[in-house]
Design a protein around this ligand. Structure first.
Ligand SMILES: Nc1ncnc2c1ncn2[C@@H]1O[C@H](COP(=O)(O)OP(=O)(O)O)[C@@H](O)[C@H]1O
Ligand SMILES: [Mg+2]
Length: 257
């Protein structure tokens, strides 16, 4: 199973080290993301999960090691080649990160306007289709400020899938939502992955959400992957650091500052 997942991996971190000043955030991190599955990287706040995602997008470069997407070292790309690679990604930012002065429809249309030569009419059709896919209809004319937190997340997902990406990156998709809203967003992430057959890399500190949404989970701890596996394997893994995090206990090997 593990070997099969490896040969199918679309994103690979190879001994990646990233420092900010004296702080070592990623420390010879090796990690693989299998194609056409949902992988969730879990870990406490401040452990470097967003830093990992930024490496995948080429927004940050490793100090040492490489990040490969489909075998291409993105640290070596720049200009049009890097933009071309980024087009294969849909990014769902923490807090949805919508443009508040644009309507919902304009938000979803934004990447289409920027990156395609579709006509206004064609764009409108794609926008309607993507909004329908995330369970939103009749809101294209509304302003983001008029929507609930859960609806804003849905708009963020619709925008991320507008260009039909191969890989969707989600940064803390359910943070700040109530538990019911959070589980509907988790279901939507699953549904979208199944309908579009894409690869998803989700980062989250919400263990319950991660168990619901991930085909595979990996725990980032102390700059590296401490444990990984299916939700069942993670639940059965006796590693004390993993257990403390998953059980949400204050006592254990993880220092709580
Ligand atoms: N651009 C940056 N410059 C300096 N420090 C950074 C930068 N980005 C992240 N960090 C630091 O790296 C650590 C990991 O951050 P981050 O990846 O955002 O954590 P999280 O796991 O909560 O997403 C934090 O201590 C943060 O302050
Ligand atoms: Mg983060």
């Amino acid at each position: 199973m593990a070997d099969e997942a490896k040969s199918e991996s679309i994103i690979r971190f190879e001994r990646v080290t990233k420092r900010f000043g004296d702080q070592v955030v990623l420390n010879r991190l090796s990690f693989q993301v299998p194609r056409n599955r949902i992988t969730v990287v879990i870990g406490r706040s401040g452990t470097g999960k967003s830093v990992m995602l930024k490496h995948v997008m080429g927004l940050l470069k490793p100090d040492e090691g490489r990040v490969l997407v489909d075998g291409v070292d993105i640290g070596t790309l720049s200009g049009p080649a890097l933009l071309g690679l980024r087009r294969r990604f849909g990014m769902c930012f923490q807090n949805a990160a919508l443009f508040d002065s644009m309507t919902v429809g304009e938000n979803v249309a934004f990447p289409l306007v920027e990156h395609t030569r579709l006509s206004a009419r064609e764009i409108q059709d794609v926008v309607a289709e993507k909004l329908r896919l995330v369970g939103l209809t009749g809101v294209a004319h509304k302003m983001p400020g008029e929507l609930s937190g859960g609806m804003r997340k849905r708009v963020g997902i619709a925008r991320a899938i507008a260009l039909e990406p191969e890989i969707i990156l989600y940064d803390e998709p359910t943070t700040g939502l109530d538990p019911i809203m959070a589980s509907t967003i988790d279901a939507l992430i699953r549904e979208t992955q199944e309908k579009l057959g894409v690869t998803c890399l989700v980062i989250s500190h919400d263990i319950q959400a991660s168990l619901r949404v991930g085909h595979r989970l990996a725990m980032l701890y102390d700059g590296g992957i401490r444990a990984e596996g299916t939700p069942e394997e993670m639940l059965a893994n006796p590693d004390p650091v993993l257990r403390q995090f998953m059980d949400g206990r204050a006592d254990g090997p993880i220092r709580v500052l």
